[in-house]
Write a protein that binds this ligand. Structure first.
Ligand code: PLP
Length: 265
């Protein structure tokens, strides 16, 4: 038998256009040499222009996918993306509390797609904060998500650090506030973790092809964690990977196209 690769369980929604969601996550894991399993939370009918519709899975099916994968194959990290509803948040939190002790969890708080479709219902936010955030080794909100979850005001580094500390006070072990939605010349991502504060600063790329950036970054970090990398190192490597994947995006579709997830590495 050849050596076993590290294992990642992805709890996320399907994006038919292949640029975000679990399609992006699986491709990213492949590029990092990590074995991907999935608990599908829902199916989006989506192209590069918009999310046309969303059909969620029954919470029991989500819970059972998590249960059978963790019981049989096991995982070295877990990445959480789109969840959709309060019932699915409860099902995921319940399954992870029972079965995922000691496994690093990267929680990407997917609230609204960049095209404006709600991907987590309003009434799920309270459960998301009280049930899921405390299970996260790392939460990775963008600025609108940090505003919604932690009341972030402003977009500068100090505001990001304050928001990250709020998410930590709410139970996450660490938080990465992503600066992609700001307007500064550089994109500054601010990581607050037990070892302190790290800032990842990259030139802002003038492109519309950024669909799925948040999914890819969170999964790339989770891939680093499957190999036991420290949070700052996993984040730095993931951030470099994303920068290159945006720079070399194929330019598919009439809207916001996907990143390069074929030869970015
Ligand atoms: N669709 C699905 C299934 C997702 O999980 C996500 C991401 O987080 C999105 C769409 C949103 O991607 P974007 O914000 O890049 O449009």
């Amino acid at each position: 038998m050849s050596p076993k690769p590290p294992r990642l369980l992805i709890i996320a929604g399907s994006d038919s256009s292949g640029g975000a969601g679990l399609q992006a996550d699986i491709k990213t894991a492949g590029l990092f040499g990590v074995y991907a399993m999935t608990a599908v939370t829902g199916v989006t009918v989506q192209d590069t222009q918009r999310v046309h519709s969303v059909e969620l899975q029954p919470p029991k099916i989500v819970r059972d996918q998590i249960r059978v994968c963790l019981n049989d194959i096991g995982a070295d990290a877990i990445k959480i993306g789109m969840l959709g509803s309060a019932d699915i948040v409860d099902a995921v939190a319940g399954a992870l509390k029972k079965l995922a002790r000691g496994i690093p969890i990267v929680l990407d708080p997917v609230l609204i797609s960049s095209s404006g479709k709600r991907l987590l219902s309003h009434d799920a936010i309270a459960a998301f904060k009280s049930e899921l955030l405390p299970l996260a080794s790392l939460a990775t909100p963008n600025l609108p998500e940090a505003r919604a979850l932690a009341g972030m005001r402003g977009t500068d580094r100090r505001a990001a650090e304050t928001a990250a500390r709020k998410l930590i006070a709410m139970g996450a072990d660490a938080a990465l506030i992503k600066g992609g939605h700001a307007t500064s010349a550089t994109v500054d991502d601010v990581l607050v973790w037990e070892g302190g504060v790290e800032i990842y600063c990259f030139p802002r790329l003038r492109t519309k092809h950024t669909h799925g950036t948040g999914c890819v970054l969170a999964t790339a970090i989770a891939c680093g964690l499957t190999r036991g990398l420290s949070l700052p190192l996993a984040t730095g490597r993931a951030r470099e990977f994303v920068q290159h994947a945006i720079e070399t995006a194929p330019g598919f579709g009439r809207g916001h196209g996907p990143l390069n997830l074929l030869f970015a590495r």
